[in-house]
Ligand binder design. Structure first.
Ligand code: ADP
Length: 273
């Protein structure tokens, strides 16, 4: 909840009439606050790897005649550089979202393309880790309005997380289900991974939130992935939810409104005219 902020403009119409234009600025103020917070947070987040890199490069110089130490420090520099790269990549994704007007760019998107492209991209990492990604059948009527690239980004972030927080030899499944009664479609990403404690679940979609930074440090994550998912899904008029049991796995479900007429494509040809 917050205060309603109105912007009022006054125009004179002739000598005796005044026109008052009142515009609701609440949403603009809220976005501005989010942007400000984000700049503060990201500056803080970027400082850590940059500081570590500066320190490590000094240490490497000092250790020049100890090859083992050089190798060790160089490895840590690689980790920090990868984290920096991941942060920058996600900042770019987020800034695209904030300037994009999703309604302007909306086109008809078949979710089968989105789901398969996202799975193909995540498979490289998954296969390397001995995790299989199974894509279930995608109903023909699973069609939404929006941006193909943004939706691939969202599903891919969920898949990358499922892979990152699972053990080798487990499976990740993607299921797509029509919910005709709600004019919606759901894409569920199911893993058999480490799971998420109940008390952490409400905070997952906040920027930079990580359940256990120590535990997830080696995944190279940034804590931005799920906030990107939430933004993309919200921009498409949908929502994302989580179900998880610690030690057993997690399911992230994205629910999106179907494009108008989406279901007509699965129904037998209707008489026209
Ligand atoms: P990160 O870059 O750290 O993965 P995210 O915003 O994508 O950031 O996720 C936030 C946190 O939620 C992660 O750090 C992790 O602790 C937890 N998390 C996300 N997805 C899963 C999952 N499939 N299984 C277990 N934990 C998860």
């Amino acid at each position: 909840g917050g205060t309603l902020v109105m912007q009022v403009r006054v125009a004179m119409l002739g000598d005796h009439h005044v026109l008052l234009l009142a515009e609701d600025r609440t949403e603009a103020r809220r976005l501005e606050a989010i942007r400000r917070d984000f700049v503060v947070n990201i500056s803080h987040e970027l400082k850590t790897p940059v500081g570590a890199l500066a320190l490590l490069s000094e240490t490497v110089q000092d250790a020049a005649d100890d090859p083992d130490a050089v190798r060790r420090f160089a490895g840590r520099m690689q980790t920090e550089a990868a984290r920096l790269a991941a942060l920058v990549q996600e900042v770019i994704q987020l800034s695209r979202l904030q300037v994009a007007d999703p309604l302007v760019a909306a086109t008809t998107i078949a979710l089968t393309d989105v789901v398969h492209e996202a799975a193909d991209r995540s498979r490289t990492t998954a296969t390397g880790k001995g995790i299989e990604i199974d894509v279930g059948p995608v109903p023909r009527g699973a069609v939404v309005l929006g941006s193909h690239d943004l939706l691939v980004t969202a599903v891919r972030n969920l898949l990358d997380n499922a892979v990152a927080y699972s053990e080798p030899g487990t499976r990740v499944a993607v299921g797509t289900t029509l919910r005709p009664e709600a004019d919606a479609v759901e894409v569920a990403v199911v893993d058999q991974g480490i799971g998420i404690p109940t008390e952490a679940q409400p905070r997952l979609f906040e920027r930079f939130y990580r359940v256990d930074p120590a535990r997830s440090r080696d995944t190279g994550g940034t804590g931005l992935g799920l906030s990107i998912v939430k933004h993309v899904v919200a921009d498409h008029g949908g929502e994302v939810s989580v179900w998880s049991q610690l030690g057993h796995g997690s399911t992230f479900t994205v629910r999106l409104p179907l494009a108008p007429d989406a279901l007509a494509t699965t129904a037998p040809a209707a008489p026209t005219g």
